[in-house]
Design a protein around this ligand. Structure first.
Ligand code: PLP
Length: 429
C-alpha cells in the first residue's frame, strides 16, 4: 500500500514528528541532552561503525534536531537533511564533501553579501575558489567551469534585489557538467520554490530567516535530493572512495542515495562541529508550523508595498519581481507562481545621503541586518551588509549607494505604507 501524500499545510505541522514514545507528549520535546546511554558494548560498537543508526552524542545527532531535519527534507522533497549552526555553516557543510584543495565552485554574482565574502575570500583558506558569473547568462556558467569545478551555487530568489533564478535552466548546465547544483532557497522557502523538483541536487537554507520566521534563531540546513550519482566519475572521492576514518567504508556504496546526508553527519558534523542545538531546533519547528500562512501574507504585503513605491515620484525604481513591470514577470509566472517572496530593493532619488536619512526616519520598519522576520525590516546595504565590497561588486549585487533593501513583514500593509511615506518625506526634504 502506498502511503497517502499529504499537502504542504499538513506536512509543515506533522512531517517527522510523532507523539513522544516515552511520555505521549504531543509537541516535540526539547531533548536537552549531550549523550545517550548505549544498550551494551556491542550496541556502542555498531553505532560507532555506522552499522546501526542511533544516538551517540549531540554534536552528531539529537532527537529534536532529527525531527526538524525530517520536516525540512519532506517539505523540500529531499531524502535527508543535516541541520547546522547557521546558514553560512550550511554552505560550508554543502561544499565540504565535494571539494578538495584546488577545486572551484561557479557561483552567481547575485548573492547575500556575506556569501560573496565567504566564497570570494574565506574559502581560499581551504584551497578552494569561486568564479562569479551572472546566472541570467547560462552560457557564462558553462564557460566559467573547468575540470576542477565541483559545484554550481545560486540563490532561488536572490538577495538583495529579489531577482528570480531560472533554476531549471541552471540545472541543465550542472547536468551537462556532471556536477551538483546547490540552491540557497532561504528567500523563497519551500512554500514558494522547490529547487529539487527543478533539478537541484542540494538545497541550503539560512533557517534564521523565513523557516523560523520571527528573528529568534541562527541556524542552517543542507537538504539532500538523493538524486546525484556520486560514483559516475572520479570527481567526488569523499563520497565514492574508501574513507580511512571509517575502516575504508565507501559512503555512496554503503548508503546509496543517503550518502551525502550520512557523510554530512558522520564526517561533517563530527569533524567541523557546526551543530544546531536542540533549543534552536524547537523554535524553528514552531516557526515552520505556520510557514505557508506567513509566506502568503509576506507576498501579499510585498506586492502592495512595492506597487505603492513604484508609483511614488521620490522613488527611481523598485526591483520587486512580483511587479507586473518587472523583467522577471514571465519567469515569476512559470517558475514562482505562488509569489516572488518579500525581499526587494528600491532606489531613492537623492542617493546615499537620502538613503541614510530614510533608514534613520522609519518607525515601524526596524533598521537591522536581517530578513524574513514577521516584522518589516529595512537596511541600506551599501553602508552595512555590502560595505566590504567594491562599488563595482555592490552594483553587480544590486546593492548600489542609492539602494535600500526592504524585508516586508506580516503587519497591516497600510501601516507599512504610511511609515515609508513619512520616512521618504524626511529623507528627500
Ligand atoms: C542570511 C543568509 C545567509 C547566511 O545565513 P546565516 O544564518 O546568517 O549564517 C545565507 N544566504 C542567504 C540568502 C541569507 O539571507
Amino acid at each position: 500500500m502506498t502511503p497517502p501524500t499529504y499537502g504542504f499545510d499538513t506536512l509543515q505541522i506533522h512531517a517527522g514528528a510523532q507523539p513522544d514514545p516515552a511520555t505521549g507528549a504531543r509537541q516535540t520535546p526539547i531533548y536537552q541532552t549531550t549523550a545517550y546511554v548505549f544498550r551494551d558494548a556491542d550496541h556502542a560498537a555498531a553505532l560507532f561503525n555506522l552499522q546501526e543508526v542511533g544516538y551517540i552524542y549531540s554534536r552528531l545527532t539529537n532527537p529534536t534536531v532529527a525531527v526538524l531535519q525530517e520536516r525540512i527534507a519532506t517539505l523540500e522533497g529531499g531524502v535527508g537533511a543535516v541541520c547546522c549552526s547557521s546558514g553560512h555553516a550550511a554552505q560550508i557543510m554543502a561544499l565540504f564533501p565535494l571539494m578538495q584543495p584546488g577545486d572551484n565552485v561557479v557561483v552567481s554574482t547575485r548573492l547575500y553579501g556575506g556569501s560573496i565574502t565567504q566564497f570570494g575570500q574565506t574559502i581560499k583558506r581551504f584551497g578552494w575558489s569561486a568564479s562569479f558569473v551572472d546566472f541570467d547568462d547560462v552560457e557564462a556558467i558553462e564557460a566559467a567551469a573547468d575540470e576542477n569545478t565541483k559545484a554550481i551555487f545560486c540563490e532561488s530568489i536572490s538577495n538583495p534585489g529579489g531577482y528570480l533564478t531560472d533554476i531549471p535552466a541552471v540545472a541543465k548546465v550542472a547536468d551537462r557538467l556532471g556536477v551538483p547544483l546547490i540552491v540557497d532557497n532561504t528567500l523563497a522557502s519551500p512554500y514558494l520554490c522547490k529547487p529539487i523538483e527543478m533539478g537541484a541536487t542540494l538545497v541550503v537554507h539560512s533557517m534564521t530567516k523565513y523557516l523560523t520566521g520571527n528573528g529568534t534563531v541562527t541556524g542552517g540546513v543542507v537538504v539532500d535530493s538523493g538524486n546525484f550519482n556520486w560514483s559516475a566519475s572520479d570527481k567526488f572521492p569523499s563520497l565514492s572512495q574508501p574513507e580511512p576514518a571509517y575502516h575504508g567504508l565507501k559512503f555512496h556504496e554503503t548508503f546509496g542515495n543517503l550518502a551525502f546526508t550520512f557523510h554530512g553527519i558522520a564526517i561533517g558534523l563530527r569533524d567541523l562541529g557546526m551543530t544546531l542545538n536542540p533549543q534552536a531546533a524547537h523554535y524553528t519547528l514552531m516557526g515552520i508550523e505556520t510557514l505557508s500562512l506567513r509566506m502568503q501574507r509576506h507576498v501579499e504585503n510585498a506586492e502592495t508595498v512595492a506597487a505603492w513605491l513604484e508609483a511614488d515620484p521620490r522613488v527611481d525604481y523598485v526591483t520587486y519581481a512580483g511587479l507586473p513591470s518587472s523583467p522577471y514577470a514571465a519567469r515569476k509566472a512559470t517558475i514562482y507562481p505562488k509569489g516572488a517572496g518579500a525581499l526587494f530593493t528600491f532606489a531613492v532619488k537623492g542617493g546615499y545621503e537620502a538613503c541614510v536619512k530614510l533608514v534613520d526616519s522609519v518607525e515601524i520598519f526596524s533598521h537591522v541586518a536581517n530578513l524574513g522576520d514577521t516584522r518589516s525590516l529595512i537596511i541600506h546595504s551599501a553602508s552595512t551588509t555590502h560595505r566590504q565590497l567594491t562599488p563595482e561588486q555592490q552594483d553587480a549585487a544590486g546593492a548600489g549607494a542609492n539602494v535600500v533593501r526592504l524585508s516586508i513583514g506580516i503587519e497591516d500593509p497600510a501601516d507599512l505604507i504610511r511609515d515609508l511615506d513619512q520616512a521618504l518625506a524626511a529623507a528627500t526634504a
